[in-house]
Ligand binder design. Sequence first.
Ligand code: AMP
Length: 535
Amino acid sequence: MAFPDGAPGGRRAQPTTMNTRLMTSVSEIQTYTRDVRANGRSLALVPTMGALHEGHLSLVRRAKQQCDTVLVSIFVNPAQFGPGEDFDRYPRNLEKDTQLLSSLNVDSIFAPSQEEIFPPGFETYVVPGKLASSFEGASRAGHFRGVSTVVLKLLNLAQPDLAYFGQKDFQQVQIIRKLVEDLSLGVRLVICPIVREPDGLALSSRNAYLSPEARHAAQVLHRCLLRGETLVHAGEVDVKPLLKEMRQVVETEPLAKLDYLAIVNPAHLAPVERVTAGAVALVAARVGTVRLIDNLIFGPPGASPELLLQLAFTSQPVMDLGARIPGLETEALRRRIEACRDCAAISSVLIPPREFLAKYLKRDYPDLNRVRVVVIGRDAPMDSDHYFYQHPEKPASFSAELYKLLGVESFQEFKEAFALTDALRCHVVSYRVPEKALTYCARHLREELMSFPNLQSIVVLGPDAYLQFQRFVLGRSPGEIKPFEELLKAQGWAQEEVRLPDLKAGPLRMIYCYHPMTGYKHSPSLASLFQSLSH
Ligand code: AMP
């Protein structure tokens, strides 16, 4: 997207290449991001301090996959450096960074001056809480105050849909996540795995400071983490002996001096006594003159980096399941995690109860061949205590209404031919989800539909599920989708035949009707349509 003439009120835009726009002033970026939103395009923000390397670029690539417009900020933030730290000598190379970002077709770069972000008289700071008191916060007084302040300012200026951060700075991620939650910022955070050199050293702009000897020695951090991981996979989950062994690895390297090494609960960063899935080892050390940090999330052997991230960021549910290592073979959990992996929006996602479906399907549907009709509803209650598949003696009001609509008496009868699932479930209760991300999610719904080899029909309840199904599962453009009300006007329901390319079953009969619980209109009973299905 090119803006050759610059935004009104801002300094003239400085085109870098045909496609990437470089902005330096606050007013420019405000106007720019307003235009992006006005054009209905989703926006990703990737905050960086520049001196870009493959770690940064992995964030940018992910952002390009998930959002229409990608904005990378480059700002060496003085507020996060303490006295005597490396603010002055921090590597800066805007020209090279710009070239790299242009080559990835990044839409825009925001590279403000110090005065632009902290003009004279600036005096308001964000003070993070307990999460910031240990580890990096303890070693670098005021660091996270500076980080939180500038991140909040960047989020306010850009108002992105998604913001991208690296697992490399694990504590920072948790602090920003809390900032987003506590101050109701409404942005979703996407966390990307650590990118490493072939010898395991995590990429960092500060690696440039390392002398050749220190560069060689620096791999000891990763070796220390791997030692812990190997021991955990071998069955050692007691943290004390683990830390002892890990420390010894660092001690073999004379150039390295440990600052801290701990294994913590990923959510509140308190040290744990036993390692469970999602626990994180945090390490910081001075190697030669350079201070480096690294971390590792514990999970089952062979777990992908994304799975590990999800384990750490959904730690409570994982811990509730007693997910020990090794042996995290809970298929349901994996499914739950993978179900939402591609949209990867972590912060405000209500991780969907996909594992409940898996669990209840196993329990209630020994023969999936029997399912001929999948009902897609928006309000199949997502809370596990009230979940549809709990099917208590007396059906919850939603279940009762649904049975009435379909013409069945009870759950026993329902499961003879029907199954219930949600639309793009993690998003129905949220907002500002980029379309690209929803498209990824739709794949999971399609995959779920494929569990039923004899599927004949899909009942879609209510306008939200209808729109999502039309748009993201059937891939129709907004212009092709008939307004829900208009479609249902004649008889209170409507049907059409569709083919889902990846579904083996033949053409599907789609049935659209009002949601039995929400709204004031009701569809007539569909019982006659389904009479021949049961038994
Ligand atoms: P920085 O420029 O150091 O502030 O980093 C900008 C973003 O890139 C932060 O969210 C970092 O966590 C992330 N990042 C830095 N190094 C890496 C890496 N090796 N792998 C993945 N992400 C990284």
